[in-house]
Design a protein around this ligand. Structure first.
Ligand code: AGP
Length: 616
């Protein structure tokens, strides 16, 4: 949660503070309730910070004009302490010579704080972070240099951290360290070094990157990086790699077209991302699918949107010959699964690969019960990939809008491919049939291309419910993943209270709320659930509900009984219907986007949310 961006350079005349602020703005999706910068300036530390969003704080170029030669900045998503000046990062020690930014949570901060306060340290904030600069100050007082002091300080801290530290008397280096919170390094060899919470933040400046691993610490000099293991102090080699993301990933531009919001741009990327996912290597699919078939007990876990993708994925994998898969929210995993039998496997789905609840669930399953972990992750090198035996990387690329959308679409596409590989390996379908399903899955990209061309129609229907206070989303079977996702998107970005129910469940209580004009969105995939869903629509309609249905283009029965329909141009074939989960969800994501925009809300940075939730 929280974004970090730092820069140190040899190049004269670079607008360092402005470049740091711009890098930080590319990380604002990670948190946006306060921000600040610290620069080393002629033997002292200059700190500027405030509550609010970066653009407001930087009005009149206040952050950009911070004097100094190098520095670090932070944008916060509050955990410990309200979003006020004192709690904003960077934090400094008692001497004001050390400044530090932090992403993560220090679990033993209360004990450390008491201990440090007893030794005379004065704390300015309510944060867990502030123990860091004071600990570093103490080790420096004992004669350790900055790097070794940071190394000793992190050994005292329990929990998760990505930190960057600068010192007023060290004019040519900064120190970074990480454990369970992301931190990546960008480098222009011999000239400039960057550190950030994710790669897109420095993408407009360099494509050469180094991922810092857990329990590693690095000394960053201009265009040079030295990495050390925290435990042994041993120096290790840097693994540089070239980032192949498009530069557009960090900008609101696609195919030369400028967008108002990242979310809109990212929705428009979905067809190409599905096509990219379809071309993933057979080897990856083989070992992932085989691991599922070889396991005796299979679980799937995730949070939020990733969990809804997991529900669609589980449905597909079981349907195409895989085992029954038990889906459990990652935040419930430890309590819901007190025991795991031998030869269990957990599939974890995550965009960021950093969600604390997901990491906790997989570590619990792996470390306590020896379960195998297979992950579907969007971020290369993220924590989840390190705790996994098998990894499929989704091809969504950087997703900047806080509300996940293209990641969801590629997650389902990836799991549908695994399902089809399961079908092949288990010989439950003949090869021609499997090929037809695979073609139908690829065709979903064309279907979504059409939906994008005609997105004005989705907007029109969205505007009919934009001012509703409550909306139900109902579906059956595979459609439920889309319905849950559509309901979550409206909550997240348009602040409308929604509930998604299994349609069959709606008569067991939720129906009590229905009165004239109550909007209900039905996801009507024309599969084996279709006729039963019509019964549920009629129950709502006869009580005055306003029926908005998402239907296949060729639909007539649900159309007749609906007030409005959003039509999905899928082929009238069993294969196209079986693979329709993504287009049916895509229109609901798009509708939520248009509703948020029409209400003048910021769909990229919804209130109270952050892109990756690294707290439990
Ligand atoms: C998505 O729109 C949400 N903001 C959120 O539910 C998200 O999907 C969830 O926090 C899981 O994140 P992850 O995919 O990075 O693990």
């Amino acid at each position: 949660m929280c974004g970090i961006f730092g820069l140190i350079t040899k190049e004269k005349d670079l607008p360092v503070a402005r470049l740091i602020r711009e890098g930080l703005e590319r990380l604002e999706y990670r948190g946006y309730d306060s921000a600040g910068i610290a620069m080393v300036n002629k033997g002292h530390i200059e700190v500027r910070k405030k509550a609010g969003r970066i653009a407001d704080i930087n009005k009149d170029g206040w952050l950009d004009s911070t004097p100094g030669t190098f520095g670090v900045a932070h944008t916060r998503w509050a955990t410990h302490g309200k979003p006020v000046y004192n709690n904003a990062h960077p934090h400094v020690d008692c001497t004001g010579k050390i400044a530090l930014v932090h992403n993560g949570i220090i679990e033993n901060y209360q004990d450390l704080r008491k201990e440090l306060a007893m030794r005379g340290h004065a704390f300015q904030s309510d944060t867990d972070t502030e123990v860091f600069p004071h600990l570093i100050e103490e080790f420096m007082g004992k004669g350790f240099d900055l790097k070794d002091s940071v190394m000793e300080a992190v050994k005292r801290c329990k929990g998760a951290y990505g930190i960057v530290v600068i010192h007023a008397d060290n004019p040519d280096y900064m120190v970074v360290a990480r454990k369970e919170s992301p931190l990546v390094i960008g480098i222009i060899p011999g000239k400039t070094t960057f550190c950030a919470s994710d790669i897109p933040a420095f993408l407009p400046l360099t494509r050469e990157a180094i991922v810092l691993d857990d329990n590693e610490i690095a000394v960053l000099r201009p265009g040079e990086v030295e990495i050390y293991r925290v435990k042994s102090g041993e120096r290790i080699q840097n693994n540089h790699f070239q980032v192949n993301y498009s530069i557009d990933a960090a900008q609101k531009v696609l195919d030369g077209k400028a967008y108002k919001w990242f979310m809109h741009k990212e929705l428009h990327e979905v067809p190409r991302k599905i096509r990219d996912q379809m071309s993933m290597t057979q080897d990856r699919l083989d070992s992932f699918a085989q691991a599922i078939l070889d396991a005796d007990h299979v679980f799937i876990t995730a949070a939020g949107t990733a969990f809804y993708a997991a529900l669609a994925g589980k449905f597909q994998m079981t349907r195409f010959g895989g085992p029954y898969i038990q889906a459990i929210l990652c935040s419930e995993f430890i309590d819901a699964v007190p025991e795991m039998k031998p030869n269990s496997l957990v599939i974890a789905v995550s965009q960021s690969g950093e969600t604390a609840d997901t990491i906790e669930a997989v570590r619990y399953a792996r470390e306590k019960f020896g379960a195998k972990i297979c992950s579907i992750v969007n971020v290369v090198g993220s924590s989840l990939t390190r705790y996994s035996d098998e990894v499929i990387i989704t091809t969504a690329g950087p997703e900047i809008a806080v509300a996940s959308q293209k990641a969801y679409c590629t997650q389902i596409t990836a799991m549908s491919l695994v399902a089809l590989r399961i079908a092949e390996l288990s010989h439950k379908y003949d090869p021609a049939q499997i090929e037809a399903f695979r073609k139908a899955l690829l065709d979903t990209a064309d279907v979504i291309d059409h939906l994008i061309i005609e997105e004005g129609k989705i907007r029109e229907i969205g505007l009919k419910i934009a001012h509703a206070d409550n909306i139900y989303f109902l579906a059956r079977g595979l459609g439920q993943a889309a319905s849950l996702e559509g309901a979550l998107k409206l909550k997240e970005i348009a602040y409308i209270h929604t509930e998604a129910y299994a349609a069959g469940e709606s008569k067991h209580g939720p129906i009590a709320l229905i009165e004239e004009g109550f909007p209900i969105v039905f996801v009507a995939i024309p599969d084996q659930t279709y006729d039963r869903l019509i019964g549920n629509i009629m129950e709502m309609k006869s009580r005055g509900g306003m029926i908005i249905s998402v239907v296949a283009d060729y639909d007539s029965k649900v159309t007749e009984i609906s007030d409005y329909t959003i039509r999905i141009p899928i082929a009238n074939s069993p294969e196209a219907i079986a693979m329709a989960a993504v287009p049916f969800a895509f229109v609901l994501q798009t509708m939520a986007y248009f509703i948020a925009d029409s209400k003048g809300l910021d769909p990229d940075k919804p209130r109270n949310l952050a892109k990756s939730v690294t707290v439990k």
